[in-house]
Design a protein around this ligand. Structure first.
Ligand SMILES: [Fe+2]
Length: 166
């Protein structure tokens, strides 16, 4: 099957058109959420206050850098599969699976809890896409999702470790 009658770009990647269309849809959903999440992490980076300010300010920036790297990896996989990356702020706001960031958050605990909640949603979304991509016959996209899921689980552990009391 060729991409002649589809909105997809031509590519020599040997995956069926229907699979590529489904994979592109999954990846664009992830892209919207990752973009939204990056801005939410920056919100925490800027607004956190309290006795652990500098440690959390810097920690949150490393998480934002990781989200930015995820954005690029996912967007470019869309192109490799013949699709169009949908990565504007407007699309991210419409399609992200995350709720809006709590604007009232001030101290470290409030920001850590808000980010842990969102990191868990993001990590579990990524985990579900590993099997979805594999079922569609695309081990390379499954590998991207595996890499991102592993990194998000690690970040979630670090966020939760700050909140653990016992
Ligand atoms: Fe900064």
């Amino acid at each position: 099957m060729t991409a002649t009658n589809s909105l997809l770009h031509r590519t020599r990647v040997e995956l069926p058109l229907q699979s590529r269309e489904r994979l592109i849809s999954l990846l664009n959903a992830t892209l919207a959420t990752a973009l939204d999440f990056k801005t939410q992490i920056k919100q925490a980076h800027w607004n956190v206050a309290g006795p652990h300010f500098i440690a959390l300010h810097e920690f949150f920036d490393t998480l934002a850098d990781e989200a930015e790297a995820a954005v690029d990896l996912v967007a470019e996989r869309v192109l490799q599969l013949g699709g169009t990356a949908l990565g504007t702020a407007k699309i991210a706001a419409e399609r992200s699976i995350l709720g809006e960031y709590p604007h009232h958050a001030v101290d470290g605990k409030q920001h850590l809890e808000a980010l842990a909640e969102r990191m868990a949603i993001f990590a579990n979304h990524l985990r579900a896409q590993i099997d979805e991509s594999a079922k569609l016959g695309d081990q390379a996209t499954a590998d991207i999702y595996t890499e991102l899921c592993r990194a998000s689980d690690k970040s979630l552990w670090m966020l939760e470790a700050h909140l653990r009391t016992a």
